[in-house]
Design a protein around this ligand. Structure first.
Ligand code: GLN
Length: 535
């Protein structure tokens, strides 16, 4: 089958859940046996979100091939189990960069370089790129931002052209809008949706399918009205009502036939509705898991989205262990020796979060000491692992000034040091150790058991600093074992204290690869340890 393209745009407001709708549609098409991929085109100028503060757009998600991307790619992977690549995340910055580089090389032979056609051609080339490398039946492209944003215009022009060039059988526009409820009038309002569709039509795009985000059930009347005013068939007006969990969205979309209508519009026969058995089992189990497990997240970003993948990984592992994980953000900036017991009270386990820079690290170290000395299950991730290592140096090895080179350039006890390959790097963007690397796991270790006795795993990274191997012997002699090592570079990737119930730190980010149907083994094992802590 020739590759078909589905474009997802959003109108009226941001944060309506375009990423979740894209991921859900991908999931549903996949369940029908189609090969799919999902990509995100972001209109901002940054080359990638790697240099963005998490307060701007939330977590930076890293693909297995080492691209720093938008957190929506995490949803795509968690919903569908696909592995996205650097081709699945494109920004205005990347588009302009390649056009400008080509111009400097002289490739345009003296032409004036313009938004149309040069920028739009490059956007089109990137939209089609994934399917030139391997076969996909469907490529779903989510356009970031909202219709009407100045930056979105070239992307919309590109998808307008593609729809025209590929024809209605091979290209389809799905538009997500918002239907607000005015409490004072007691009414749902469709005008913003009508305006948003008109705006799209003004750009030459007729959406074939509308997904209406709403807090209240839309009556048939409303769906008819929207269909009538927007030139869309009634059965192609789908409602996306607030649900208790994002993972219910695919089921809700399937019930309303979102995937079936997309197939029909593209000239395909939908056939039988797939059962989504394992997905339903997950939802059922999730619903029945009512017993609460309290997990503290020690970090510095008081923003849900900053730790998105960690929260989702804990939720997956909680469900498969029949628990409802309740996460409690504990701001490490305010943790002191005096209040740590109180701050961590009632937690069945602690995650020490990833991060960069000085702010809040002393609180992470104090938390690591407290959980180590009180044998509370603790999972340190990236910077979190580094803080476990520093804490151990300060309080067990007796190096009171131990630190990471990131925080202290001059400490004689740099137990966390800058990686050799990073020393000469001056540019900040896309230059960390990124993506999936092999890690050999020591037989008999707790981590090895957690991984189901696998001797070699592959996990994703995003860091510049590493465990300083000069201290390896000393750590191991004193009870902290380095049980995961990258064989090519001899970098320590995992530390654990075997005498404790669960005290494991990973230099990599296991949270990037936990999915709904395949929860990550380390999160599974951590959650199990937190449950036994309760008993
Ligand atoms: N700042 C640390 C480093 O660069 C940890 C990074 C992280 O937690 N992702 O090594």
């Amino acid at each position: 089958m020739e590759t078909r393209y589905i474009f997802i745009t959003g109108g009226v407001a941001s944060s309506l859940g375009k990423g979740i709708i894209s991921a859900s549609l991908g999931k549903l098409l996949q369940a029908r046996g189609y090969e799919i991929t999902i990509q995100k085109f972001d209109p901002y100028i940054n080359i990638d979100p790697g240099t963005l503060n998490p307060y701007e757009h939330g977590e930076c998600y890293v693909t297995a091939d080492g691209q720093e991307t938008d957190l929506d790619l995490g949803h795509y992977e968690r919903f569908t189990g696909i592995q996205t690549t650097r081709d699945n995340s494109v920004t205005t910055g990347r588009i302009y960069l390649s056009v400008i580089e080509r111009e400097r090389r002289g490739d345009y032979l003296g032409k004036t370089i313009q938004v149309v056609p040069h920028i739009t051609d490059e956007i089109k080339r990137r939209i089609l790129l994934n399917a030139t490398k391997r076969h996909f039946d469907f490529v779903i492209t989510e356009i970031g931002g909202t219709i009407g944003d100045i930056e979105s215009q070239p992307f919309l022009e590109a998808i307008r052209q593609l729809r025209w060039e590929l024809g209605p059988q091979r290209a389809l526009n799905v538009h997500l809008t918002f239907v607000p409820y005015l409490a004072a009038a007691g009414e749902l309002k469709t005008k913003p949706t009508q305006t948003s569709v008109k705006q799209l039509q003004g750009l030459g795009i007729q959406p074939e399918v509308l997904v209406l985000r709403t807090e209240h059930d839309l009556s048939d009347d409303i769906r008819h009205k929207v269909a009538h005013f927007c030139n869309v068939e009634v059965e192609a007006v789908i409602q996306s009502q607030d649900l208790p969990s994002i993972y219910e969205v695919p089921v809700n979309m399937q019930r309303q036939g979102l995937d079936a209508i997309c197939l029909k519009k593209m000239g395909l026969t939908p056939g039988e509705v797939p059962e989504l058995g394992p997905w339903h089992d997950f939802l059922e189990r999730r619903k029945n898991a009512t017993e609460i497990l309290d997990i503290g997240l020690v970090g510095k970003y008081d923003l849900q989205d900053a730790y998105k993948s960690i929260l989702e990984s804990l939720a997956h592992a909680g469900t498969y262990n029949d628990r409802k994980v309740k996460t409690h953000f504990i701001n490490s900036e305010y943790i002191t020796r005096e209040n740590v017991a109180e701050k961590l009270a009632g937690m069945n386990g602690i995650v020490i979060c990833p991060g960069f820079g000085q702010r809040g690290i002393e609180g992470k170290i104090i938390a690591a000491e407290y959980t180590r000395t009180h044998d509370i299950p603790t999972f340190g991730i990236c910077l979190g692992m580094q803080m476990m290592v520093i804490e151990f140096a300060r309080n067990v090895l007796g190096y009171a000034d131990a630190n990471s080179r990131e925080m202290d350039q001059t400490t004689p006890h740099n137990v966390i040091d800058i990686m050799e390959e990073q020393k000469t790097i001056t540019q900040m963007g896309g230059t960390m150790r990124l993506g999936a690397y092999d890690c050999e796991v020591r037989e008999g270790s707790k981590t090895w058991e957690a991984y189901g006795e696998q001797p070699l795993v592959k996990e994703r990274h995003r860091h510049r600093y590493e465990f300083n191997n000069r201290y390896l012997e000393e750590y191991q002699r004193n009870g902290m074992q380095c049980v995961g090592v990258n064989p090519a570079a001899n970098l320590v990737e995992i530390v654990e204290i075997p005498s404790l119930r669960w005290y494991i730190g990973t230099q990599f980010h296991p949270e990037y690869s936990s999915t709904v149907l395949h929860p990550h083994p380390l999160f599974m094992s951590f959650v199990r340890a937190c449950i036994s802590e309760m008993q």
